[in-house]
Ligand binder design. Structure first.
Ligand SMILES: C[S@@+](CC[C@H](N)C(=O)[O-])C[C@H]1O[C@@H](n2cnc3c(N)ncnc32)[C@H](O)[C@@H]1O
Length: 280
């Protein structure tokens, strides 16, 4: 018998109860135990008599109780049914961003060039390229640190996405059938009010571009105009309550709003834009 070991079913019950009392999902306990034991969650239930050392999982839970997101503690998350490495260099991919991927996959012409601006973990670009190997997918980010992690995800997922450090589109050439982006869009005042879990742990550069929240979108639409192939589209994820502002910016910059797609909560979340032909 291991020293300081405890029956798995006792340990699990104790930690799950403790988590609940602290307002943390008991599922986090299961996921961390499953990671440490390198066994599926079903093992925790079926082999409760196994003796395990409590210290490692308690150390991970201490980080969780201190507010660190579960995905950073685990070092990975799921996006569009693939596992992506994540750490504090990148935003944790959110489920609603899968809608942006769907919109791009539906609209990308065969063999087209597609660029993902602000790639972070690479979740959008790598998913698009893996789902549609006919496409030539590029991804850029201003953060060299984020790109290093995107490169690790590219290698793990055997993707051929081209990565480049770039302020928006400035460092890459050519035109694109689709310019996609989940840009930082949280207005600064709202950013200051975000939960500690997000504000303290996730990169500020990934979340807020400034007071309006639309600063980067405005710049990207200016740059995108000369970088769209004929009939090309810009597909953007936008924030809660930003639909009216985005429609106004699009009109001002002479883009047509081809679609505004709601997420599963019914929030207008992804906008599909095309530049008026005579303005290109
Ligand atoms: C909201 S995160 C999106 C990350 C990832 N695409 C996703 O959907 O999970 C925005 C990303 O844009 C990058 N970014 C911020 N300003 C940028 C700029 N001027 N040019 C390029 N990338 C930028 C950030 O470093 C961050 O990785």
């Amino acid at each position: 018998m291991k020293r300081n070991s405890e029956r798995l079913d006792d340990l699990r019950a104790r930690l799950r109860e403790d988590a609940l009392e602290r307002g943390i999902s008991p599922r986090d306990v299961d996921l961390l135990l499953s990671d440490l034991l390198e066994k599926p969650i079903a093992f925790l239930i079926a082999f409760g008599e196994t003796r395990v050392d409590a210290a490692p999982v308690e150390a991970l839970l201490a980080r969780r109780y201190a507010g660190e997101p579960l995905q950073y503690i685990r070092g990975r998350t799921e996006f569009y049914s693939r596992t992506f490495l994540v750490d504090t260099r990148v935003l944790i991919p959110r489920p609603e961003t899968e809608l942006l991927v769907e919109a791009a996959l539906e609209r990308a012409p065969r063999g087209a060039r597609v660029v993902d601006v602000g790639t972070g973990s690479g979740c959008i670009a790598i998913t698009i390229e893996r789902e549609r190997p006919d496409l030539r997918v590029f991804s850029v980010d201003r953060s060299v640190d984020a790109l290093a992690l995107a490169a690790a995800n590219r290698a793990r997922l055997e993707s051929r996405v081209a990565l480049a450090t770039s302020d928006l589109l400035s460092a890459i050439d050519g035109t694109f059938a689709l310019i996609v982006s989940n840009p930082p869009y949280v207005p600064l005042a709202e950013y200051e009010q975000l939960d500690d879990e997000v504000r303290i742990h996730e990169p500020r550069m990934a979340l807020t571009p400034g007071p309006r929240g639309t600063e980067l979108i405005e710049r990207l639409l200016d740059e995108a105009r000369s970088r769209l192939a004929p009939n090309g589209q810009v597909i953007l994820e936008v924030g809660y309550g930003q639909e009216a502002a985005i429609r106004e910016i699009a009109a001002m910059k002479q883009y047509a709003v081809d679609a505004f797609l709601p997420d599963l909560a019914g929030i207008p979340r992804v906008v599909v834009l095309s530049a008026d032909a005579e303005q290109r």
